[in-house]
Design a protein around this ligand. Sequence first.
Ligand SMILES: [Zn+2]
Length: 677
Amino acid sequence: MPSLTHDQQTLPWMSASSAKVEQQLVAKYGETERARMQRGLQQVAEFWRAEDGDAAIFEQFTLANFAGDDATRNTMFTRIQRLLEQLNGHMHEINREFRQQADLDSGPVLPFDQLFAGYDPQAHIVDDFFNNKLAFVVLLNFPLTTLQERLAQGPNWSRQQWAEARLAQSFSKRIPASVNLDVARASSEADSYISQYNIWMHHVRAPDGQRLFPPKLRLLSHWNLRDEIKADYSDPQNGLARQRAIQQVMERIITQTIPAVVVDNPAVDWNPWTNEIKLSTENDGLGNAQFGNVTNAPEPNTRYAMLLKTFTASKEVDPYSPTAPTLIARRFDEDREIPEQRVRQMLEPVVTSPLLPQVAALIQSRLGRPLEPFDIWYDGFRSRGAYTEAQLDVIVSKKYPTAEAFKEDIPNILIKFGFTPQKAQYLADNIIVDPARGSGHAMGASMRSAKAHLRTRVESTGMNYKGFNIAIHEMGHNIEQTFSLNNIDYTLLEGVPNTAFTEALAMVLQGHDLEVLGLAAPNAHAETLKTLNDFWNTYEISGVALVDMDVWHWMYAHPSATPEQLRDATVQIAKNIWNQYYAPILGKKDVVLLAVYSHMIDSFMYLPDYPIGHLIAFQVEQQMKRAGAIGPEFERMATMGHVTPDMWMIHATGKPVGSEALLTATEQALSNLHASH
Ligand SMILES: [Zn+2]
């Protein structure tokens, strides 16, 4: 149970009034209900402030609103559940509309659009519910639980008990609306900074002045840059030179030595090694070009100023969150419901695995050269190594010239994933496809009468392979969102345990994207390679997550740091993690690449969800293999809802969350490979 919030004073009349009410309630409903009354009254007392009313109001309110028998309590539960679905659902629809100009590729974003995007209509709800006392109705009748209680007792609860626990949790904090609004504003600002951070690659020049990339190629940091590194493995001619150039670009972004003028600007040519810039003679993106004062003055640590804003806003929440008084605690104990220590214990066996040198040696022999730092994104284990990115682009753009063409094909895609035609149509009917401004994302609904939205980036020349690969991932989110809202027993249990699970389910589909194109016939060798690919990806993203975690710990230890200090600390943290876990495998020391992820800047320590997601994805994928088809297993898993991660995973696969499945399979994959040679 939460302790007192900081600005809450014990009201002098509270304990006498509580005792008086308890006595009257016992007289009315009987001794058997006493424990429930005590808990409810205590929960109300903890959040009650002087402005909520005096002793008389408190007594009158609690006497009138305690549900003294099961029938009344059930009626209360059912009605509240229905009305909260309506409230959350409609508020979410408003939010989606208000963000539309910022999220969709529909012309320039004007300053006022950002204000709409930053507005969170839900910011006031909890506050309003305390003011009108609906929150107190819930707190009086449904128990608040700690993570420890949910972990220990949750497996024995009924589904309704779980739904009741989630209901009470919505009122476990009383955060002022102004604080919530600050968080939303910082988030939106960082988001906007990230979503426009494009590099025009035709203007990135090699040390010898050569243009390595084709005209008009605009890559969004860091996703498109990283994916270009991956794609370059299938280009024996220019691939290596391009990968080295992208590494330089990434390092300049992280250290903020990137000239400010090259960000999203095709008017300037740039040598990322020497940092020399000059006005470009090539006009491949004039619509976006900004001429004018061409100097190579570095970006003024904007990257870290943005991150600091999200930290400062998060810190404002701390005093109102007594059971999880830092963003770090809220992320692990509340959002993930896996303690931070346990997450570190899950990642440690991956980043220190004795299998790493073996896999690294394998990559080295496949590449025929010593490993370089960007090889943390080695992608040659995938069977699509057989196709160049360009070949895949041709196939995809022919199949999907427009977002509409992709939308129309969704039922067919889903049938290929093993859904029945009926189920495929049902899902397709619940997904709306929109053109994304960024690289793509999925936005679910929050009430059953609304639909999920799939945002995908389609260039004027048609969908390219990257866009398609992301679209399949986002569609995976939409399917999970649809099942876990529309096909679940209690809407209060809507969703999955945490975002790592939705990522896991999305990645399972994304991992089969080539099959949708009719390209890959899965065989034992491809499976072996896929396992090695999963292992290498998990290794890479585990380091990224550890950097994110350490950076947040650093910010909490240095709450008044400047952007410049945060930059230096981040660079040092990235080097430390690299030197500990990556330098021994990849050779070079003091590499900063692990700090390139854009989500580190705009997503409030979201990155640890990725490696957890890989582990979970692996467990889930193994289960789907055992079951045969993806579709029905996907549905079975996605309708379990928002319980603890281990409970969900035990229901899905029979085992709790962990790295064991991945490591065992990697060992097996390596021995398969040796046996076949
Ligand atoms: Zn995702």
